[in-house]
Ligand binder design. Structure first.
Ligand SMILES: [Zn+2]
Length: 151
């Protein structure tokens, strides 16, 4: 008698669209944004308070949106959970660049998934701009524009 291989059929997890309830990236709570292994950390909650003063968001060039998205960790499953109409927040960033020279740039500290969603769907992405003073005010860790270390 030939023993039939009674291996149980492997349970295949069916790839289903994850809902907000089971998405770990939909959790709310105090939020900070860390950049470069958290060498820079910004207080996102405070940033949101600052930009809610009635200022107008600016529309970003597609190239800039792409750059922001390329430089942040994007969880694909979360893209359908965000509202692309809600603007992100751009802060100033100061620090030594790859070649050691002092650099000054912008960092999208809020809205990276919204930016990725806009890029994917081909719709414009807008962001509020923080001034240099405001960017320093929300900088929890990193270097300010004078090169002083925080945190
Ligand atoms: Zn989500």
């Amino acid at each position: 008698m030939v023993m039939k291989n009674q291996k149980k059929p492997e349970k295949k997890s069916i790839a289903k669209k994850s809902s907000r309830e089971e998405c770990p990236h939909c959790v709310s709570g105090p939020e900070t944004y860390g950049y470069l292994k958290r060498g820079w950390v910004y207080d996102v909650d405070l940033a949101r308070k600052i930009v809610s003063d009635g200022r107008d968001p600016v529309e970003l060039e597609a190239d800039d949106v792409e750059y922001c998205v390329d430089n942040s960790r994007i969880y694909e499953q979360h893209l359908d959970h965000v509202d692309p109409q809600y603007p992100g927040i751009l802060a100033h960033l100061w620090g030594p660049g790859e070649n050691g020279a002092w650099e000054h740039g912008h960092l999208l500290i809020d809205g990276n998934h919204r930016a990725a969603r806009c890029l994917r769907d081909g719709i414009p992405f807008r962001a509020y701009l923080l001034t240099e003073d405001e960017s320093e005010a929300i900088l929890l860790r990193g270097t300010d524009r004078s090169g002083n270390a925080r945190g």
